[in-house]
Design a protein around this ligand. Sequence first.
Ligand SMILES: [Zn+2]
Length: 94
Amino acid sequence: MVDQPCTSCGAIDSTVAIRSPDHLRDVLDAVKGCLRSGAITEMRKGTVSVLEIEPDGPRPDFIASDFQCCRCGRRYELRVETFHGAGGTWKPSR
Ligand SMILES: [Zn+2]
């Protein structure tokens, strides 16, 4: 396990408590941006790939995906229970 993030994943290397649907959308946008730029890759898909979740469309009840930085191998995870309307976390995996 790498102790420090690299320049690719440093911008997303923080624990984020997701507290609202708007906040979730912002986090999803950031994650999608990193996926599309090739900075990170989605390792294990939950019910759907994060890339398939529409910003304002229906969302799966659970979002549970793991990600890995393509440069340094640092791992991240996204866990959200969307049916509660809020409540989730983006964080580096330890
Ligand atoms: Zn990295």
